[in-house]
Ligand binder design. Structure first.
Ligand code: ADP
Length: 255
């Protein structure tokens, strides 16, 4: 679905390469997780995929088509961005989600758009929220609305930048399970960054370890090792297996 090849980017002509030959591949319905220190280039990579920043060289293809040549509307039908929180003024949940249909309806929503919104609200168990003002909801609820709005775009890929950044643990779980549901039930791909390595292992199918603007390691859960984490974060961890699942423990000092 998404193929990124040798992507290079810098913010200013004489500045450093912030993306330095990035290669990444994500298949339909896969959940891909970018892992890397602050400043390693994760947000910048998202911005190039979303068309907010133009790369200096390299290619981004979506189902073989050049994403860099698509206009906003064409791109919006393939890729939706889920921001950390929505600031949309005093709109109802219903209208906020309907905004996700803009690339379909232009300026006036039709019956089809309303049906799409109603289906999403029902699937996400948000019907009771439809008339409520988004600004009055909790952080986790707003994040869920942000996902609903992105889904209204009927994208093939959702891009999240640190989806659980300012959420408490219950809301974190809510958002992660919603992300998983969307990927599994609807076959929508997800590309996200996460700070919490255990959350990453819970959610991800593919892992991309980023350092200094490069993806140094890419692969399934098997590539998440103590050595790769040390190389990426300069942090010692220990990985243990509990009930067949890898669990990452901070510290790493062996008894
Ligand atoms: P991450 O998301 O992994 O924390 P970013 O993509 O935000 O990393 O940042 C990568 C590098 O690009 C950092 O060195 C950061 O300082 C720099 N950077 C980010 N945004 C800008 C900008 N608008 N102008 C110049 N440099 C930037």
């Amino acid at each position: 679905m998404l193929e990124i090849e040798n992507l290079c980017f810098r913010y200013s002509r004489r500045g450093p390469l912030v993306l330095d030959g990035v290669n990444l591949e994500l298949k339909d319905g896969e959940i891909g997780i970018l892992l890397g220190k602050n400043g390693s280039g994760k947000t910048t990579l998202f911005k190039t995929i979303l068309g907010i920043e133009k790369p200096e060289s390299g290619a981004i293809r979506f189902d073989g088509e050049d994403l860099l040549r698509m206009n906003r509307r064409e791109r919006a039908r393939r890729i939706a961005y889920v921001p950390q929180s929505i600031h949309f003024g005093a709109l109802s949940v219903y209208d906020t989600v309907l905004m996700g249909r803009v690339s379909y309806f232009g300026y006036k929503a039709g019956r089809e758009d309303e049906t799409a919104v109603e289906t999403i609200l029902r699937d996400m168990k948000l019907e009771d929220y439809a008339a409520r003002n988004v600004e009055e909801l909790s952080g986790g609820e707003r994040q869920k609305i942000a996902i609903a709005r992105a889904l209204a775009q009927e994208p093939r890929l959702l891009v999240f930048d640190e989806p659980t950044g300012n959420l408490d643990i219950a809301n974190e779980q809510l958002i992660l399970s919603e992300a998983r549901r969307v990927a599994r039930e609807k076959g929508i791909g997800i590309l996200t960054s996460l700070h919490d390595l255990n959350q990453a292992l819970e959610l991800g199918d593919r892992f991309f370890f980023m350092k200094d603007g490069q993806i140094r390691h890419a692969g399934g859960k098997e590539i998440v090792t103590e050595a790769v984490i040390f190389e990426t974060f300069d942090a010692e961890v220990r990985i243990v297996k509990i009930e067949g699942k890898k669990i990452i423990i901070n510290g790493g000092q062996k008894p």
